[in-house]
Design a protein around this ligand. Structure first.
Ligand code: NAD
Length: 491
C-alpha cells in the first residue's frame, strides 16, 4: 500500500481534516494507494499558495528563464516516464503500451510551450490619434485550476499546465479521484526541475468536495476542465457566477464514416482503433460507425471478425489489447447502455455483456460489443457510453452521411474513410466537429488544436493558440502631447 500526500505551497501535506480515500487497481481489483481527501479548506490553502507564488520569484523570472524551467520539467518527466506510466496503469487499468506512449509524449508539451514562453510578443499599434503611443502586453491571468478525467491523467494535465505555466500563471491541479497518483509523482519532478514552491499545487479528492471549492474560489482566474458533460456544466455554472474564464473538454459521440471507395483494410483498423482502444474509454471514441449501404454487410463482417481477435487481459502485459473498465460506475453504465440498445431494437452482433475475468484479474471486463441496425435517433447512437460498444448505422450517399454525422448534440471528432480527394474536402468542411481525421483515427499532438463543438466543449487546447487562453492582453496608452485635450470629450 502506497501512501500519498498533496502538494501545497511547496509542502507535502495531508488533508486538513486528516481524511483519506483509496485507489483501486482496476485489473487486480485491489486497493493499492491511499490519498488525502481534500475539502474546501485544502482548496483554499492551495489557491492562496498559488496566488502568493504568482507574486513571488515566478513573476520575476524572465520569460526565457521560465521556458528553461519548463524544459527541465519536461526532461524530468521524460526520465521517469516508465515509472509514471506504470502508476497510471495501476490507477486506470489502461494498457501499459498506451500509457507509456502517452507519458513519453507528455514532455513534448512542456518543450513546445517552453519555446513559446518568450515569443508572446505584444504589438505597437499605429494608433489613429495624434501624439499617442499605444502598445499591448500579454500578461498572465493569475491562478488557474486544472481539473482532469481519469482516462489520460498526465496527458490531460499537460494540455493545461504547459501553456498556462509558459504564460506565467500558477496552478492548482486536481486530478481525477480515480487516478491521482501520477499527478502527485509529477509534483516531485516539478520540484526537482526548479519550479518555485506554490507555482504548481496538487490537491486530491472528489469533484463536489474539493473541485467545486477550487472553481468557486474568488482568487481563481481560469478553470481548464476535462471530464463529463455533467461535470463540465457544473463547472461552467460555478465559473459564470464568478465571471471566470473556462476551457471545457467534454464528451463525444464521434462518427467514423466509411465510404465504399475507401481502403477497407485500413478502414477496419481505424474503426477498431476508434472503439476498442482504451476499452472504448476515450472522449474521441468513434462510437458511431457510419457505413455506406453498398458495402455495409461485408464491411460489418470484417469489423466483427477483427474485434473477435482482440485479446482481453492484464493491461501490464504486452499482448493484451483490451483491459478492464476503470471504475465500477463506468462498468455499470456500459452494461446499462447495452440493455438500452437491446430494448431499443438494435441487433447485437458481437458481445453484449460482461467478459469473464482473465486469469489473475478480479477487475471488471466488458466484451467488445457491436450493434447493427442502429437508427441515429436511438439513445445508443446519441448518448456517450465510454466503453467498447459500437453502433453501426448505414447510409446511402455523402449527403446522408453528413446529415447523420451532424445529427448529434456532440461535436468532438469524426473519422472519414475515402480515397476521393474532393469528398475529403467536402466532408472535412461539412462536419460540425472540432477535429476530423481522414484515413486515420485518434491522433493528437501538442501542435494541433484539440477541442469540440456543441456539447463537447468550450474552447480548445494544444497548438500555438492555446497559450493565448492563459493571458490577458493589456492595452497601454501613452500621451506624448504637451497639453491634455478637452477633458469633457472622449479622447
Ligand atoms: P467527471 O466529470 O466525472 O470528472 C472529471 C473531473 O472533474 C474529476 O477530476 C472530478 O473530480 C471533477 N469534477 C466532477 N464534478 C466536479 C465539480 N462539480 N466541480 C469541480 N470538479 C468536478 O468525468 P470522468 O468520468 O472523470 O471522465 C470521463 C469523461 O471525460 C467522459 O465524458 C469523457 O468523454 C470526458 N473526456 C473528455 C476529454 C476531452 O478532451 N474532450 C478527454 C478525456 C475525457
Amino acid at each position: 500500500m502506497q501512501d500519498y500526500k498533496m502538494l501545497i505551497g511547496g509542502e507535502w501535506v495531508d488533508a486538513a481534516a486528516g481524511e483519506t480515500f483509496e485507489s483501486i487497481d482496476p485489473y487486480t481489483g485491489e486497493v493499492w494507494a491511499r490519498l488525502p481527501r481534500g475539502r474546501a479548506e485544502d482548496a483554499a490553502r492551495a489557491v492562496e499558495a498559488a496566488e502568493k507564488a504568482g507574486r513571488g520569484e515566478w513573476s520575476k523570472l524572465t520569460a526565457t528563464a521560465r521556458g528553461h524551467v519548463l524544459r527541465r520539467f519536461g526532461d524530468e518527466i521524460a526520465a521517469h516516464a516508465d515509472h509514471l506510466a506504470r502508476i497510471e496503469v495501476q490507477d486506470n487499468g489502461k494498457l501499459l503500451a498506451e500509457m507509456l506512449a502517452q507519458v513519453r509524449y507528455v514532455p513534448q508539451w512542456f518543450y513546445y510551450f517552453a519555446g513559446l514562453a518568450d515569443k508572446l510578443e505584444g504589438a505597437v499599434i499605429p494608433i489613429d490619434k495624434a501624439n499617442t503611443f499605444n502598445f499591448t502586453r500579454h500578461e498572465p491571468l493569475g491562478v488557474c485550476i486544472a481539473i482532469t478525467a481519469w482516462n489520460s491523467p498526465l496527458l490531460l494535465a499537460a494540455y493545461k499546465l504547459a501553456p498556462g505555466l509558459a504564460a506565467g500563471n500558477t496552478f492548482v491541479l486536481k486530478p481525477s479521484e480515480f487516478t491521482s497518483a501520477s499527478a502527485l509523482e509529477m509534483g516531485r519532478l516539478a520540484e526537482k526541475a526548479g519550479l518555485p514552491p506554490g507555482v504548481l499545487n496538487i490537491v486530491t479528492g472528489f469533484g463536489a468536495e474539493v473541485g467545486e471549492p477550487l472553481v468557486t474560489h474568488p482568487k481563481v482566474a481560469k478553470i481548464a476542465f476535462t471530464g463529463s458533460e455533467m461535470g463540465g456544466q457544473r463547472v461552467y455554472e460555478a465559473a459564470a457566477r464568478g465571471l471566470k474564464r473556462v476551457t471545457l473538454e467534454l464528451g463525444g459521440k464521434s462518427p467514423n464514416i466509411v465510404f465504399d471507395d475507401a481502403n477497407l483494410d485500413n478502414a477496419v483498423k481505424g474503426v477498431i482503433s476508434g472503439i476498442l482502444s482504451a476499452t472504448g474509454q476515450t472522449c474521441v471514441a468513434g462510437s458511431r460507425l457510419l457505413v455506406q449501404r453498398s458495402i455495409h454487410d461485408a464491411f460489418l463482417e470484417r469489423v466483427i471478425a477483427f474485434a473477435k481477435t482482440a485479446k482481453i487481459g492484464n493491461p501490464m502485459l504486452a499482448g493484451t489489447q483490451i483491459g478492464p473498465v476503470t471504475t465500477r460506475p463506468q462498468y455499470e453504465k456500459i452494461l446499462h447502455y447495452i440493455d438500452v440498445a437491446k430494448n431499443e431494437g438494435a441487433r447485437c452482433v458481437l458481445g453484449g455483456g460482461p467478459a469473464p475475468h482473465p486469469e489473475g484479474g478480479k477487475g471488471l471486463f466488458v466484451q467488445p460489443t457491436i450493434f447493427a441496425d442502429v437508427r441515429n435517433d436511438m439513445r445508443i447512437a446519441q448518448e456517450e457510453v465510454f466503453g467498447p460498444v459500437l453502433s453501426v448505422i448505414p447510409f446511402e450517399d455523402e449527403a446522408e452521411a453528413l446529415a447523420i454525422a451532424n445529427d448529434s448534440i456532440y461535436g468532438l471528432a469524426a473519422g472519414v474513410w475515402t480515397q476521393n480527394t474532393n469528398r475529403v474536402l467536402r466532408m472535412s468542411a461539412g462536419l460540425k466537429t472540432g477535429m476530423v481525421w481522414v484515413n486515420m483515427y485518434r491522433a493528437v499532438s501538442y501542435m494541433s488544436p484539440f477541442g469540440g463543438t456543441k456539447r463537447s466543449g468550450v474552447g480548445s487546447e494544444n497548438g500555438m493558440s492555446a497559450i493565448m487562453d492563459y493571458v490577458q492582453t493589456k492595452s497601454v496608452w501613452i500621451s506624448t502631447a504637451e497639453e491634455t485635450p478637452d477633458p469633457f470629450v472622449l479622447g
